[in-house]
Design a protein around this ligand. Structure first.
Ligand SMILES: Cc1cc2nc3c(=O)[nH]c(=O)nc-3n(C[C@H](O)[C@H](O)[C@H](O)COP(=O)(O)O)c2cc1C
Length: 217
């Protein structure tokens, strides 16, 4: 099937959204936790969290246009911090439920039965079951003028990775951590590690380093 720019314009909006949301592939699955200045908690599922460079260590995510109240956005503006929590396989239905439009005074930790965890020195709530938890401080944001979406940029303050899925060279094995991926806005996938390869160089082929690591880590 081939869809041109013109075809896309004439598709029913739900079908178009599904196609566009899915066509760039499986994306990361995270819950973003925040609080407002009164420490009212909020938690929401996001599929747009992305690596933005390691030095300084930055993470970004995309927020839909601010045409309606966005609790995650408002809270980040109030308190400057947010947590990013990888969604493990056994939490995907509860995580999905956080996308419902709960009221400001309702915490998705309670409404969606997701256990929370707090770390010393961080005001934001984390998802207890997540095997990768990241604390971020708000740095800046960029308006995407073409469609009104906003890219939020945070600086990593802390990363907590479950011991079961990280090796001595700090390689994270998402298969071992039961990480999942998201297709579009409604489909959840498990992940399987195919291989891990050595750094690619022009004068020699990359080699597999996964086999050895599989048995040692
Ligand atoms: C699978 C999935 C992925 C989502 N990813 C995003 C996203 O990347 N950006 C966004 O603004 N909303 C995303 N949403 C929608 C938010 O989860 C939803 O708007 C939520 O109610 C926001 O909560 P808040 O107002 O408490 O911040 C996603 C929803 C689902 C189901």
């Amino acid at each position: 099937m081939i869809y041109t720019e013109d075809n896309l314009k004439h598709l029913p909006s739900r079908n178009r959204a599904s196609l566009i949301n899915n066509c760039c592939g499986i994306r990361s699955a995270n819950l973003i936790g925040t609080v407002d200045t009164k420490l009212q908690e909020n938690l929401a599922v996001f599929n747009s969290v992305m690596h933005l460079g390691s030095d300084p260590a930055l993470i970004g995510f995309i927020l839909r246009p601010l045409t309606v109240k966005r609790h995650t956005y408002d809270n980040i503006h109030q308190t400057k911090f947010f947590s990013i929590n990888q969604i493990p396989r056994d939490l995907y239905t509860e995580a999905h439920q956080t996308s419902a439009k709960y009221k400001k005074n309702e915490s998705e930790f309670e409404t969606c039965a997701i256990e929370k965890e707090y770390f010393e020195n961080y005001t934001v709530p984390f998802v207890k079951k997540s095997k990768i938890k990241i604390a971020c401080r708000y740095e800046s944001e960029y308006n995407i003028k073409e469609n009104g979406c906003v890219m939020i940029i945070g600086k990593i303050q802390m990363i907590a990775v479950d011991d079961s899925g990280i090796s001595e060279d700090l390689w994270i094995n998402h298969e071992k951590l039961n990480s999942i991926g998201i297709g579009g806005l409604d489909t959840y996938y498990t992940v399987k590690c195919i291989d891990r390869l050595t750094y690619a160089q022009t004068h020699q082929d990359s080699k597999s380093i996964y086999g050895a690591q599989k048995t040692t880590s």
